[in-house]
Design a protein around this ligand. Structure first.
Ligand code: HEC
Ligand code: HEC
Ligand code: HEC
Length: 273
C-alpha cells in the first residue's frame, strides 16, 4: 500500500472530477528554499502577490491614462515574473518570458492592441501553473505535520505517534460497542474508561500548533466535558442507550469536526511526502 502511493505521486496525483481530470503534481524541490525551515520570508509567495498587484496596477493606470505609472507596474511584473525562473529553474521553461517583455514594450508605446494580446498570454500562464502546483505547494509548505506530534498514552504510558493514538482510541471506542452488544458489560465499562482517558489525552496535543485556547475549546468545550461525564455515568449504570447517544455526540462534534479541519489535509500531505 505504501509503495503504491509513493509510486502514484512520483508521476502525478490524478483524480477524476466530473468529466474533467484534475492533476496535481509536487512542485520542483528548489521551491523549498523559499519556505520554512529554509527561509521564513516566503519569497516565492510574496513574488506571487507582487505580480498580482502589478497586473492590476497596469490596468488601473491605463484606465486613468497614467502611462508613467502603468510602465512602472509593467516593469515590476516583468521583474517578478522573470524572477520565478531564477528562484525555481525548473519553472523557467514554462514562462512566457518574451511575451512579458513585449507587454512592457507595448505599455511603453501605449499600444493597446499589443497590451491586450501579451497580457492575455502572460495572464494565462498563471492558472496553468497554479492548476498543477498551487495546492500541493500549500499542503507541503504551509500545513504543519502531524507526524512530529506524539501523545502520551494514559493507559500504557508510552509515547504514541498521533496516528497510533487515533487507532488506539478508536479501538477502545469500538470495543465498548462490541462488549455491550455481546453482553460483556464489565469489559465495556473498562474499555469505556480507557476511551475517555485517551480522548482527553488528545487535547494535550493542540498547543503544539495552536497558541490560543479558543481553537481547543471548539472541540473540547464545556458541552464536550458534559457529554464525557454523561458517558462515564451511563457506562457505570450500564445504560446502553445513553452510552450510544453520548458516543454519537462525541463522534459528531469532536472526531468528525476535527477531521474536517485536520485529517484530510494531513492525509494529502502524507501522500505527497
Ligand atoms: C510556474 C508556476 C507559477 C506561475 C507561472 C505563476 N504562479 Fe502564482 N503561484 C504558484 C504557486 C506554486 C503558488 C502557491 C504558493 C504558496 O501558496 O506558497 C502560487 C500562488 C499565487 C498566489 C497566491 C494565491 C493563493 O491562493 O494563495 C497569487 C496571488 C499568484 N500566485 C499570482 C500569480 C500571477 C498573477 C501569476 C502570473 C502573472 C502567477 N501567479 C504565475 C506558481 C506559479
Ligand atoms: C500539527 C498541527 C496541529 C495540531 C496538533 C492541531 N491543529 Fe488545529 N489546526 C491546525 C492548522 C494548520 C489549522 C488551520 C488554521 C491555522 O493555520 O491555524 C487548524 C485549525 C483548527 C481549527 C479551526 C479554527 C482555528 O482555530 O483556526 C480548530 C477549531 C482547531 N484547529 C482545533 C484543534 C484542536 C482542538 C486540536 C487538538 C485536539 C488541534 N487543533 C490540533 C494545525 C493543528
Ligand atoms: C486534532 C483533531 C482530531 C481529533 C479531536 C480527532 N482526530 Fe482522528 N485524526 C486526526 C488527524 C490529523 C488524523 C490523521 C493522522 C495521520 O494520518 O497522521 C486522524 C486520523 C484518525 C484515524 C485514522 C488512523 C489511521 O489509521 O490512519 C482514525 C480512525 C481516527 N482519527 C479516529 C478518531 C476518533 C474516533 C476521534 C474522536 C473520538 C478522533 N479521531 C478525534 C485528528 C483528530
Amino acid at each position: 500500500m505504501r509503495r503504491f502511493s509513493v509510486l502514484i505521486i512520483s508521476f502525478s496525483f490524478v483524480a477524476i472530477s466530473g468529466a474533467q481530470e484534475v492533476k496535481l503534481e509536487k512542485p520542483p524541490k528548489d521551491i523549498s528554499k523559499y519556505y520554512p525551515p529554509n527561509s521564513n520570508k516566503f519569497e516565492f509567495l510574496n513574488s506571487m502577490y507582487s505580480m498580482s498587484t502589478a497586473f492590476t496596477g497596469i490596468f488601473i493606470n491605463i484606465q486613468e491614462n497614467d502611462w508613467k505609472n502603468a510602465e512602472k507596474w509593467a516593469k515590476n511584473l516583468r521583474d517578478n515574473y522573470i524572477g520565478i525562473g531564477k528562484m525555481v529553474p525548473e519553472f523557467d521553461k514554462s514562462l512566457k518570458k518574451d511575451e512579458v517583455e513585449l507587454l512592457l514594450k507595448a505599455v511603453q508605446s501605449k499600444d493597446q492592441k499589443g497590451i491586450k494580446r501579451y497580457a492575455d498570454v502572460v495572464g494565462k500562464s498563471c492558472p496553468q501553473c497554479h492548476q498543477r502546483y498551487k495546492i500541493t505547494t500549500k499542503v507541503m509548505y504551509h500545513y504543519p505535520s502531524f507526524e512530529v506530534i506524539n501523545v502520551e498514552d494514559p493507559i500504557t504510558r508510552n509515547q504514541n505517534s498521533f496516528k497510533d493514538h487515533m487507532k488506539k482510541m478508536t479501538d477502545s471506542m469500538k470495543k465498548v460497542r462490541i462488549y455491550i452488544e455481546d453482553g460483556k458489560l464489565d469489559k465495556a465499562q473498562l474499555e469505556g474508561s480507557n476511551f475517555i482517558k485517551r480522548f482527553k489525552a488528545v487535547s494535550e496535543s493542540c498547543s503544539e500548533c495552536h497558541s490560543s485556547k479558543l481553537s481547543e475549546q471548539l472541540y473540547y468545550g464545556k458541552d464536550m466535558d458534559e457529554k464525557i461525564q454523561l458517558l462515564s455515568k451511563a457506562l457505570q449504570s450500564k445504560n446502553k442507550e445513553e452510552v450510544y447517544k453520548n458516543l454519537s455526540y462525541i463522534s459528531e462534534y469532536n472526531c468528525s469536526k476535527c477531521h474536517n479541519t485536520h485529517q484530510t489535509v494531513s492525509n494529502i500531505k502524507e501522500l505527497l511526502k
